[in-house]
Design a protein around this ligand. Structure first.
Ligand code: ACM
Length: 259
C-alpha cells in the first residue's frame, strides 16, 4: 500500500486557496492514503472566536469535505485532513476521512493546545479507527500525541497506521513519534504545515515512521513537500518483539490502575 503526506504552506483564512493548493499537491501524489495538516484549509493562529467561526464548516456537507470527497471519486485515494467543524453545540478542531468518493467519518481533537481552548470544545467522539481496504487507520490531531494514552488506546483498538494531521510549533514531536511507534509497533504519518502565522512558526518535518521506530522519511523544515512510499501495514499486526515478548500480551493492566 502506498501512503503519503502533504506538507504545505497555508494562507490564513483563505479556504479556497488552501484547498486548491492541497489538491494540486495531491494530484502529483500516487499514495492511496494521504494525510494533510491540521486546519489545513483555514490556518491556525486565529485572533478571536468570530474569525474561527467564519471559516468553520459542517462535516460532511461543508465546502472542504465535499471538495475533497469529489476529488477522490474514481481514484483509489483516501484522504485524512484537519478542519474547523461547526456544530450546534460549538466548534471542534476536527479531522475528516474521505475515500473513493465517499465520506467515511470524523474525529474531534481531544487534547486542545493553548489558545485552541478559547475557540474549540474538546472532542467528544472518543478515539476512532477507520477501516479502509482492510487497513485500520487510527486518528489523532497534533497535540493529542503528547498523551501516550491516545496512541496506546488507538493501538489497542487495532490501529495499523496512526494518521496525524498537525500544526506543530514545539520541537519534540518528530523524535517522540519514533518511541510511540516502537512502543505500539504501529506506523505513523504526521503531516505538518510550514511557515509563520502572526509570529507563530511551524516546524515542518512531517514524517512517516515504521513499527520498528525507524523514520522512513522526514521532510524539510520549511519547504512544501508531497511524499509517498510503499509500506506493508500488516507488519503492524505482529506485536512480537522476540519469541518470548509480545508487547500487548505482556502488558499488566492490573498495575496501571492509576490511569
Ligand atoms: C497543536 O496541537 N496544534 C500544537
Amino acid at each position: 500500500m502506498k501512503v503519503g503526506f502533504i506538507q504545505m504552506s497555508i494562507e490564513l483564512l483563505d479556504i479556497k486557496k488552501n484547498v486548491d493548493n492541497a489538491i494540486k499537491l495531491m494530484e502529483k501524489n500516487e499514495a492511496s492514503l494521504i494525510v494533510l495538516p491540521e486546519l489545513f484549509n483555514t490556518g491556525y493562529n486565529f485572533k478571536n472566536k468570530k474569525e474561527v467561526l467564519d471559516v468553520s464548516e459542517n462535516i460532511p456537507d461543508g465546502y472542504t469535505t465535499k471538495t475533497l470527497k469529489d476529488f477522490t471519486e474514481d481514484t483509489n485515494k483516501t484522504i485524512v485532513f484537519g478542519l474547523s467543524e461547526k456544530t450546534e453545540k460549538g466548534l471542534y478542531n476536527s479531522l475528516a476521512v474521505v475515500s473513493k468518493g465517499e465520506y467515511i467519518g470524523k474525529y474531534r481533537k481531544i487534547h486542545l493546545f493553548f489558545d485552541e481552548k478559547n475557540y474549540f470544545l474538546p472532542g467528544d467522539l472518543g478515539f476512532k479507527i477507520f477501516e479502509v481496504e482492510g487497513i485500520k487507520i487510527g486518528t489523532i490531531i497534533c497535540f493529542d500525541w503528547f498523551f501516550p494514552e491516545s496512541t496506546r488506546t488507538l493501538s489497542l483498538m487495532g490501529a495499523d497506521i496512526l494518521c496525524h494531521p498537525a500544526n506543530l510549533v514545539m520541537p519534540y514531536c518528530p523524535e517522540a513519534m519514533k518511541t510511540i511507534c516502537l512502543q505500539n509497533r504501529v506506523y505513523s504519518i504526521t503531516s505538518n504545515r510550514i511557515g509563520e502565522e502572526r509570529g507563530l512558526k511551524f516546524i515542518g518535518q512531517s514524517q512517516i515512521v515504521g513499527p520498528d521506530g525507524k523514520i522512513i522519511f522526514r521532510a524539510s523544515e520549511a519547504k512544501q513537500e508531497s511524499y509517498e512510499v510503499e509500506v506493508d501495514p500488516l507488519i503492524a499486526r505482529d506485536k512480537n518483539l522476540n519469541p518470548k515478548n509480545n508487547i500487548f500480551n505482556d502488558r499488566k493492566p492490573e498495575f496501571y490502575k492509576i490511569i
